[in-house]
Design a protein around this ligand. Structure first.
Ligand code: F6R
Length: 613
């Protein structure tokens, strides 16, 4: 949700900023811009609607050299995505330049106050109000850049990650954070600011994370870290865990394709060192301090958004089935606003790839307010949810750059499986033989997933057949109902084909009216306790001439009689089957979207990390 980058050092900042913008573009791609100051304190401001790739050649990288600069990729909140509303924004007297991620909620009040002081505004953004407020406070407080920024931030309500330049104090960048992530890499005589590690990793692995309510004054070779309330802070430098090649496409056409294909390896990172395959025993070190609370929980509440919410639905089936603990799954955005009943013996599980999703974060804080125990299943190390939960376990999917979540989903499922196994064993709600079977199947899982990656050309062929479809239905039951929901979400978000996921048996209560010879229906029909029922649902669609695509296990000899197309998957333990079944659905969406010429890594209107409500 907007990407921020900044550089101060000895090098020419523009190429570094542009490279950083490209890496952060998955966070928003409505517009991009940079502001750079040179040694003669001249400023070059360039900003434009469009993706970085589209406007890159117009950025004056070879015409202007400056050692201090800031940049921004935008996901529009206030004001349409045009050149004028693009960041950086400047104030009326053009002394300050600001990039901002977040929302200033009281911008109207501030605007009124500034307008009464003679300030005029040229954009529709809340950011322009903030940069003018800084200019106002600068004048009021003896031209002190740091004081102006700090006092301005004390006046604003809402969320922000900011980086600010002042042409009268050009040896500094001031950055601050409240609710929107910000970090900086500490190199040799240089500092690189970024919303996440991806823009930093090419320069240094040493980073400092800014916390909410803090700001930093960054000089080429010095950092001052303080709270907005003016207290000094000391923070150790940390090392980023991953390498540059993890955020490169490495020969794949798209990040999404790379992320789908790397799942057999990546899912191993989720369970490596945490499970004994021979017995199925699981140890999740990160949960030690809340283990008693987990085992004595009267109820689990899983809360998340989008794909992570789908993973949560699978989690509900597993936790109830194997641990016999009542489990509810809530959209984080609804949970926080409906005055939920949360008890002290509830464990609230937050599932989030980014660890920054505003609604999930707010749901977590709501749960904490009521004294519940919070447990995070998060991908991004050091993210806000990861830091604020009582305890958690990282899913270890590595950086996910494609906007449509793929590998994070399967790793979220794997984390929920491990959690289920650990609790079920401790509570004695699973017998040892069953646990052993799951352990053995987890060991085989990467090989089975790999078999599906090797079949991608077949999935591509099926996708070609359906690329012109106007609608799709995805149906599944039990553990495969959330898989159907996720399949439909994947298709609609990257191909813009309307798709719905339903429990297969619900079809007859309404959606069946949609079925005719033009409606492709994807059935997730792998063999489990609901298989026969699903076959009956397939028959109902066949009778109405719908086109039937089934996801079926390799040993299913009958399914071809009921299907127009069969996507075969290896059979595994039922608890692992959703991971396996998701892969052909990811490929189907990917290849349909690419066949339609869609930009799968940057679908329209979406952003990777939704840090606004
Ligand atoms: C869909 C997708 C989104 C996210 C959702 C939650 O492909 O990626 O639906 O799952 O925005 O994001 P996180 O997991 O970062 O909290």
């Amino acid at each position: 949700m907007c990407g921020i980058v900044g550089y101060i050092g000895k090098r020419n900042s523009l190429p570094i900023l542009v490279d950083g913008l490209k890496r952060l573009e998955y966070r928003g791609y409505d517009s991009a811009g940079v502001a750079v100051i040179n040694s003669a304190t001249e400023v070059k401001l360039f900003k434009k609607a469009g993706k970085v790739k589209e406007i890159e050649t117009q950025i004056p990288v070879n015409e202007f050299e400056g050692n201090v600069g800031i940049g921004h990729t935008r996901w529009a909140t206030h004001g349409e995505p045009n050149d004028n509303n693009a960041h950086p924004h400047t104030c009326m007297n053009e002394k300050f330049y600001l990039v901002h991620n977040g929302i200033i909620e009281n911008y109207k009040t501030i605007k009124k106050k500034l307008a009464s002081e003679g300030y005029v505004f040229h954009t529709d953004t809340d950011t322009e109000i903030l940069v003018n407020l800084i200019a106002f406070n600068y004048k009021k407080h003896k031209n002190n850049f740091e004081v102006a920024v700090r006092l301005s931030l004390c006046e604003v309500d809402g969320t922000y990650g900011i980086a600010c330049l002042c042409i009268e104090d050009p040896g500094k960048i001031i950055v601050a954070r409240k609710g929107s992530p910000l970090m900086f890499g500490v190199g040799q005589d240089e500092i690189i600011v970024s919303s996440d590690a991806s823009a930093i990793i090419a320069h240094t692995k040493n980073v400092i994370y800014l916390e909410d309510g803090e700001y930093a004054v960054l000089r080429r070779n010095g950092i001052k870290l303080k709270t907005i309330d003016d207290e000094d802070i000391h923070r150790e430098v940390q090392e980023i865990e991953y390498d540059l090649d993890m955020i490169e496409k490495s020969g794949y056409d798209h990040f999404m394709l790379k992320e789908i294909c790397e799942q057999p390896d990546i899912v191993q990172n989720t369970y490596r060192g945490r499970i004994k395959f021979e017995t199925g025993e699981v140890k999740l070190g990160g949960l030690t301090n809340i283990k008693e609370k987990i085992l004595n929980a009267k109820r689990f509440i899983i809360t998340a958004c989008g794909t992570a919410w789908h993973a949560g639905l699978v989690g509900e089936y597993m936790l109830e089935q194997y641990c016999r603990i009542p489990t509810e799954v809530e959209y984080a955005s609804e949970f926080r606003y409906r005055n939920p009943i949360i008890r002290q013996d509830d464990v609230v599980i937050l599932v989030s790839q980014s660890g920054e999703t505003a609604d999930t974060l707010a749901a977590m804080r709501e749960a904490k307010k009521h004294g519940a125990t919070t447990l995070g299943l998060v991908n991004v190390v050091g993210s806000t949810i990861a830091r604020e939960v009582d305890a958690g376990t990282y899913i270890h999917a590595g950086p996910e750059i494609g906007v449509a979540s793929t590998k994070a989903f399967t790793c979220q499922l794997m984390s929920l499986i491990l959690l289920t196994m650990m609790i079920a064993k401790e509570k004695g709600t699973i017998d040892d033989e069953e646990l052993k079977k799951i352990g053995a199947e987890i060991e085989l899982l990467p090989y089975k997933m790999k078999q599906l990656i090797d079949k991608k050309d077949y999935f591509k062929y099926i996708a070609e057949e359906f690329k012109d479809a106007k609608n799709f239905l995805y149906l599944g039951r039990g553990l495969n109902f959330p898989v159907a929901l996720e399949g439909a979400l994947k298709l609609k978000e990257i191909s813009y084909i309307h798709a719905e996921g339903y429990p297969a048996a619900e079809m007859k209560h309404g959606p069946i009216a949609l079925i005719d010879e033009n409606m492709p229906v994807v059935f997730i029909a792998t063999k489990d306790g609901t298989y026969d029922k699903v076959i009956s649902n397939i028959e109902e669609v066949r009778a109405r001439k719908g086109k039937i695509i089934t996801i079926a296990t390799e040993d299913d000899d009958n399914i071809a009689d009921y299907s127009d197309y069969v996507l075969r998957v290896p059979k595994t333990h039922e608890i692992l089957q959703p991971i396996v079944n998701s892969i052909p659905l990811q490929f189907l969406s990917y290849y349909i979207a690419t066949a339609r010429g869609c930009n799968v890594d940057q679908p329209r209107n979406l952003a990777k990390s939704v840090t606004v409500e």
